[in-house]
Design a protein around this ligand. Structure first.
Ligand SMILES: Nc1ncnc2c1ncn2[C@@H]1O[C@H](COP(=O)(O)OP(=O)(O)O)[C@@H](O)[C@H]1O
Ligand SMILES: Nc1ccn([C@@H]2O[C@H](COP(=O)(O)OP(=O)(O)O)[C@@H](O)[C@H]2O)c(=O)n1
Length: 266
């Protein structure tokens, strides 16, 4: 199971290079439903959700020396300098210990993107892009009711403009690299999640996580020993036939056995 992170709880250890995490960037306009869908992904796919906006808001609350600057930027819908946001993201990843992160609301401009790549050397596995109309996003933000200082009509309009001018080019950049998974986010939450889930399910070819290591296919019930060689190098069998692929044989050899030892046992 994954979790939602509260910034600044534990001491950070090691380096991101050692951790070499899987990262998915979650992008979309303000109110497109990034946070809502991240909570669903966390529950089902074992990711940790890091919201850049939440980390910045936590930094303001912590009384940090950057607090006033961050607060002023957020009230104006402006993008906080990358070095501040990247430090918070790095710290949160290292403190957390998971190696699979949804990074929500980042990178929001070209500077965010280039600086993150330069500092962390991390390339996202892919970018989940929630596509939603301004009218729908505005309706959602005005009804969000979280007491956020930037959820007022004046700041919302500024945030939409920043999204158009600065964030869409980042999405276009990743699109040119074939990394964008676009979701129609204007639908009800459950419908949006159906599309999201399909992207994260391992069988989906659009999902580019590393494939899980194959488990050696050792089946001890043999009905026809002659089938062993014929089936060699396959990785699945029917009707109780045994398959010894190269990995299985390697695995057995590590135990000091051969496939014939297994045959004798069965
Ligand atoms: N698909 C949806 N349909 C209707 N309302 C939604 C949907 N997704 C999210 N919301 C609501 O819209 C508001 C903004 O969603 P949120 O996930 O906070 O967006 P973001 O993280 O992109 O700013 C919240 O009040 C949320 O409950
Ligand atoms: N990478 C980021 C993310 C958020 N922010 C700031 O935080 C604000 C809120 O971002 P958010 O991701 O929490 O919320 P939404 O605008 O997506 O609803 C943004 O409008 C920016 O002022 C930032 O400066 N840099």
């Amino acid at each position: 199971m994954g979790e939602v992170v509260d910034a600044g709880k534990k001491e950070a250890n090691g380096s991101l290079a050692d951790l070499n995490p899987t990262v998915v960037f979650v992008l979309g306009g303000p109110g497109s439903g990034k946070g809502t869908q991240c909570a669903n992904i966390v529950q089902h796919f074992g990711f940790t959700h890091l919201s850049a906006g939440d980390l910045l808001r936590a930094e303001i609350k912590s009384g940090s020396e950057n607090g006033t600057m961050i607060s002023n930027m957020i009230k104006e819908g402006k993008i906080v300098p990358s070095e501040v946001t990247i430090k918070l993201l790095e710290r949160a990843m290292l403190e957390n210990g998971n190696d699979k992160f949804l990074i929500d609301g980042f990178p929001r401009n070209e500077e965010n993107r280039a600086a993150f790549e330069a500092v962390t050397k991390i390339e996202p596995s892919f970018v989940l892009f929630f596509d939603c109309s301004d009218e729908e996003m505005e309706r959602r933000l005005l009804g969000r009711n979280q007491g956020r200082e930037d959820d007022n009509i004046e700041t919302i309009r500024k945030r939409f403009k920043v999204f158009q001018d600065s964030s869409l080019p980042v999405i276009e950049y990743y699109n040119s690299k074939g990394k964008v998974r676009k979701i129609d986010a204007g639908r009800p939450v459950e419908e949006v999640y159906e599309s999201v889930k399909a992207i994260f399910e391992p069988k989906n070819e659009k999902c580019c996580f590393p494939a899980p290591a194959p488990t050696p296919a050792i089946v001890t019930k043999i009905s026809d020993p002659m089938s062993i060689e014929a089936n060699n190098n396959n990785d699945a069998g029917d009707g109780g036939f045994s398959i010894f692929d190269q990995e299985s044989e390697l695995f057995l050899s590590l135990l000091g056995l051969t496939k014939y030892d297994i045959l004798k046992e069965s």
